[in-house]
Design a protein around this ligand. Structure first.
Ligand code: ARG
Length: 458
């Protein structure tokens, strides 16, 4: 226990397995940079209130930069007593500049406010990177939608053919989800970007450190207003995991659609070879593994959210070691989301569509609603026209016709005398799509408007 930073009152040794169980360095060393930056600004704060001299501060900053260089070049040597990134960096600082000066760095600070600060710095940076990747992904979808605005396809409810839509309308639908994710991310970032530093272990800072100065120095918008909350709040981790889960859910549904559309039975789209893999047994197979992994990994990310929020739920005030369990799920989720956005971007930018197959899948029964709407335009109440159109579908079926458009005018008029010569104009997929020109609809002008609005909001 002698060798430990907190070893003063300890006489017995720690069970070696306990040391392993307790150590977070293997996974929290990814935060080395945030930890060094936090210490840099914290020691500036100490100097400001007279707890460090100018030259002590200079020596500390010099040491911190040398440690940063060691981490960057892979030369940092971990020692058995290093519990986590905070103790490892502090131990190394003592070796580099002497324990007399290094020993002052932690004055008034606790690993409790330190780790909360490091985490927020780390998450903020990771999310800003994801935000950029997400924006590229959305832009890729939008550009594709603009280019392929002419292509029609069946729209589905219950996975049954429902009404004709534009392929771009489908693309725009997911671009809308992902833009909401993008906006949600900016909102989360604003809440993450608050500073716990200077809260001490829990009760606050005994030397009157300027917490506003610390916050500003680290690019945070403000200090967290209560020191107990500052050290124990992990809502920012939960929010990041929830955000990740929701985004992955959207990616998963997007992927599921494309998996279905890429089957031979549909044949609407084809993934580029770069995102397919083969079968070890069946030579003809090309499997959409990229899309399946995107779908599968959404479960993994939700697992991280579910696991951590359960760990958090009964933790009493304020810091408790349970909180160390925030790191692995968080880091895993951030990496998974990053890779998933990049793979999804690759898939959508290289996907081939088969316009003939998409438009060939449109069938006249998908215009039954339009047939009902035709009579509505002649003043018949919709509930009545719904029935009449249903009669037409049934008649065409009974007569074994290939579609409702094959009924003669006479047959239409036998069903309802209000049908006229112009009923034939109903049976045009393009016209059906173009009628849906109210905001959000599938008409060309409405889809282009959606895409423009999305572009402007990014
Ligand atoms: N490695 C710890 C964590 O990640 C750092 C905080 C330790 N604080 C403490 N009082 N033991 O949560």
């Amino acid at each position: 226990a002698e060798s430990k930073l907190w070893g003063g009152r300890f006489t017995g040794a720690t069970d070696p397995l306990m040391d392993l169980y307790n150590a977070s360095l293997p996974y929290d060393k990814v935060m080395y940079d945030a930890d060094l930056t936090g210490t840099k600004v914290y020691t500036q704060g100490l100097q400001k209130i007279g707890l460090l001299t100018e030259s002590e501060l200079e020596s500390i900053h010099d040491g911190l930069e040398r440690i940063r260089a060691e981490w960057e070049s892979g030369q940092f040597v971990e020692k058995p007593g290093d519990e986590d990134i905070h103790t490892a960096n502090e131990r190394r600082l003592g070796e580099l500049i002497g324990k007399h000066i290094a020993g002052k760095v932690h004055t008034g600070r606790s690993r409790n406010d330190q780790v909360a600060t490091d985490m927020r710095i780390y998450v903020r940076e990771a999310l800003e990177k994801l935000s950029g990747f997400l924006k590229t992904f959305i832009t890729t979808i939008i550009v594709r939608a603009e280019t392929e605005i002419d292509v029609l396809m069946p729209g589905y409810t219950h996975l049954q053919r429902a009404q004709p839509i534009r392929w771009s309308h489908w693309l725009s639908s997911y671009a809308t989800y992902f833009t909401e994710d993008y906006n949600r991310l900016q909102e989360i970032l604003a809440r993450i970007n608050k500073s716990p530093l200077g809260a001490g272990a829990l009760a606050g800072h005994p030397y009157g450190i300027d917490r506003e100065f610390l916050a500003q120095g680290l690019g945070f918008s403000a200090p967290i207003g209560n020191s107990l909350t500052a050290v124990s709040d992990r809502d920012f981790v939960v929010e990041t995991l929830f955000w990740s889960t929701l985004l992955m859910n959207h990616i998963s549904r997007f992927s599921e659609d494309l998996i279905i559309y890429s089957t031979a039975e549909f044949g609407f789209v084809q993934c580029a070879d770069a995102y397919l893999t083969g079968s070890s047994l069946m030579p003809q197979k090309k499997n959409p593994d990229s899309l399946e992994l995107l779908r599968g990994k959404s479960g993994r990310v939700f697992g991280s959210l579910a696991g951590f929020i359960m760990s958090l739920k009964s933790i009493p005030s304020t810091y408790n070691k349970d909180m160390q369990e925030d790191k692995e799920p968080l880091f895993d989720a951030l990496t998974t989301v990053e890779h998933s956005i990049l793979i999804a971007t690759g898939v959508i930018s290289t996907l081939k569509i088969n316009k003939e197959r998409m438009e060939g899948a449109l069938t006249m029964d998908m215009l039954a609603t339009d047939l009902a709407d035709y009579l509505v335009r002649k003043g018949v109440p919709f509930r009545e026209t719904h029935h009449i159109s249903g009669d037409c579908v049934k008649s065409a079926e009974d007569l074994k016709l290939s579609g409702i458009d094959q009924l003669t005018l006479q047959q239409f008029q036998q069903i309802d005398s209000r049908f006229g010569e112009d009923v034939k104009d109903v049976f045009d997929f393009e016209a059906s799509v173009e009628r849906r020109n109210a905001t959000g609809g599938t008409a060309r002008s409405a889809v282009l408007k959606q895409l423009n609005a999305l572009k402007n909001s990014l």
